[in-house]
Design a protein around this ligand. Sequence first.
Ligand code: ABU
Length: 513
Amino acid sequence: MDVKKCGCSLTNKEQMRKKSGPTFQSTEKNVTEDAQTENVMTNLSNAYASDLLPSKDGKDLTNCFLLQVVNILLHYIKKSFDVKSKILDFHHPHQLLEGLDGFNLQLSDHPESLEQLLVDCTDTLKYGVKTGHPHYFNQLSSGLDVVGLAGEWLTATANTNMFTYEIAPVFTVMEMILLKKMYEIIGWQEKEADGIFAPGGSIANLYGILVARYKQYPEIKRQGMTALPCIVLLVSEQGHYSVKKAAAILGIGTDNVIEVKCDERGKMIPAELEKNILQAKTKGQTPFCVTATAGTTVFGAFDPLHDIADICETHGLWMHVDAAWGGGLLLSRNHAHKLSGIERANSVSWNPHKLMGVPLQCSAILIREKGLLEACNQMRAGYLFQPDKLYNVDFDTGDKTIQCGRRVDVFKLWLMWKAKGTRGFEAQINRYMELAKYFYKVLKKKDNFKLVFDAEIAPKIKAQMVEAGTAMINYQPCGDKVNFFRMVFSNPATRRADVDYLIDEIERLGKDL
Ligand code: ABU
């Protein structure tokens, strides 16, 4: 059934409120073509979730309800890409908690009508942030890829679990194909590599450190930390906070994370790394892992991976590369050199939901040793991982993970790769780099932008920007550079005109401060 036939054309609350009496009128002329659906349509205000499939005769109502949802989403998608629309309609948390113009977030004991659910869907989007908007520069993950979105819809509809081939036959094979592609791009042989999609870069980094420790001390799995010496790990002072979080989770302790000094561009200084390793050994500590960063969160700096790999080899340390942000650059023949040496890493985190623009979430941990992930995490749950199944149980990948249930994050990436090809991703990423260059050039010519290093300016401009809903850009303090804007290019909708707009907007909002 298509949208017109169904007559499911109402797209927002205002239109929905144009209903006459208790019924829900369509704006389409040809709605009478399908009398049965018309009948269903007019009763959404009196229909409930219990009337949808799998209830008997729920098919037409289900069609109608879902097509209405699709209309709401399409309306939102179009607005997201409309540069003239606001990025957000900002409200304070207490306003949302108290309820806004009929949008009540509180839950009741009794079911609400399908019509009310549609209004709630519309309002949820209305008061949210349009992360696909061309002026959204706030996070490392941004943009709204339509094919990726279709992949996410399909994934939600399939609603399966990644732990076994048995219940996710296509998706588990797709995951293997994608992981193989990523190993090849890094420069590893398939037979020496392993991996899994994880719920975000922090968990991927946790995996890297977990496996590093298991490789060195396999007894940890049974005996715990009491069996180990005082182990320490190293990461640059600009590395992601998830490394410390992993140390806390794994019982290593945040005091046992050594922060290595960076140069003025935010890159780890190899001589400092070596010095810290030697100092730790002198103190009786046992370094076991170094996390290098390929694309730091604030400066976007790339640690010198070859130098770090040399030091790791000399001291017998596991080298993990956090390429959550910068991994996408491997797809660009112009920019992949920034990650030169990544092929020497023992493990790599790479988030396609950042530079590659895959809808959240999509993150991989890649390990340069087959079998290690499984040996580290395997518990052999008999009810899931029976060895005597009818198919090759190597495709039951669920025992490699620290989770049991695992969502399908791979399909949207696979579908986007089909849609763009490797070269399409390359073009997209090259464009971000060109925009960054353009942004830099424009700013360099402007004296007034020196002001953003002032302690108060960036938060004040951001506050006004959020209230106006015109653009979003993040800021942070860092060392002696307090509260400067962090410009992120990972939004496929952004053009040079949007960069110009942002600069003008910062100038406009900052003028009277
Ligand atoms: N995983 C770090 C993401 C940070 C950001 O988007 O700003």
